[in-house]
Ligand binder design. Structure first.
Ligand SMILES: Cc1cc2nc3c(=O)[nH]c(=O)nc-3n(C[C@H](O)[C@H](O)[C@H](O)COP(=O)(O)O)c2cc1C
Length: 178
């Protein structure tokens, strides 16, 4: 099976997973900005990875806008986030990012990436500061914080890498399946 790995990564965590996957599968690897649909059509299996961005998958529009031409291929999507993997996360991400038809064709995986505040673009830093203020306000009025919100406060302005190569095992199985 001819396999292609595409990634969109801002601070490198998604790219790290994409490189591991491409290396193990001997697949071709492209940054999303460098690939065109014509090239994508040459492959049987397309693996796309993008960071989680307020539960949206950054860059997945590349797959969604070409979905009609890609849907008969094996489509595997992974996303990386700073939060630990928790029960229900895959369903939540799938429902938020894909239509009912797309959900039937796409296999979705979540890997824990990391957080690299200092290398975020200015706009992302701004969004993070708004989010932090919102969480602190909630804390101040005595409301219980969710585990994600607590996690967010703990890592907000830090650099932390949670990537683990063995996290990709299930994705590799899905890519290799006959
Ligand atoms: C504005 C913003 C929103 C984010 N939203 C989420 C989120 O909803 N869930 C999560 O787990 N991580 C979230 N993150 C963290 C990133 O998804 C995480 O750092 C990711 O691994 C970065 O991947 P990259 O290095 O490939 O860009 C967010 C980060 C930013 C800057």
């Amino acid at each position: 099976m001819k396999t292609l790995v595409i990634y969109k990564s801002v601070t490198g965590f998604t790219e790290k997973y994409a490189r591991w996957i491409a290396e193990v599968l001997s697949a071709d690897l492209y940054a999303a900005k460098d690939i065109k649909l014509e090239k994508m059509l040459e492959y049987d299996c397309i693996i796309f990875g993008g960071r989680l961005y307020a539960v949206g998958i950054d860059g997945v529009a590349l797959i969604k806008r070409n979905f009609e031409k890609l849907k008969d291929k094996r489509l595997i999507i992974f996303t990386t986030g700073a939060s630990p993997k928790k029960e229900g996360i895959i369903d939540e991400i799938r429902d938020k990012n894909f239509t009912v038809e797309q959900r039937a064709h796409v296999q979705l995986f979540y890997f824990r990436g990391g957080f690299d505040y200092k290398n975020l673009p200015g706009f992302d830093k701004f969004l993070m500061s708004l989010l932090k203020k919102k969480i602190l306000r909630k804390q101040k009025i005595g409301k219980e914080l969710s585990s994600d919100e607590k996690g967010m406060l703990a890592i907000y302005d830090r650099d932390i890498d949670y990537t683990k190569k063995n996290a990709i095992e299930h994705l590799l199985l899905a890519a290799r399946k006959d």
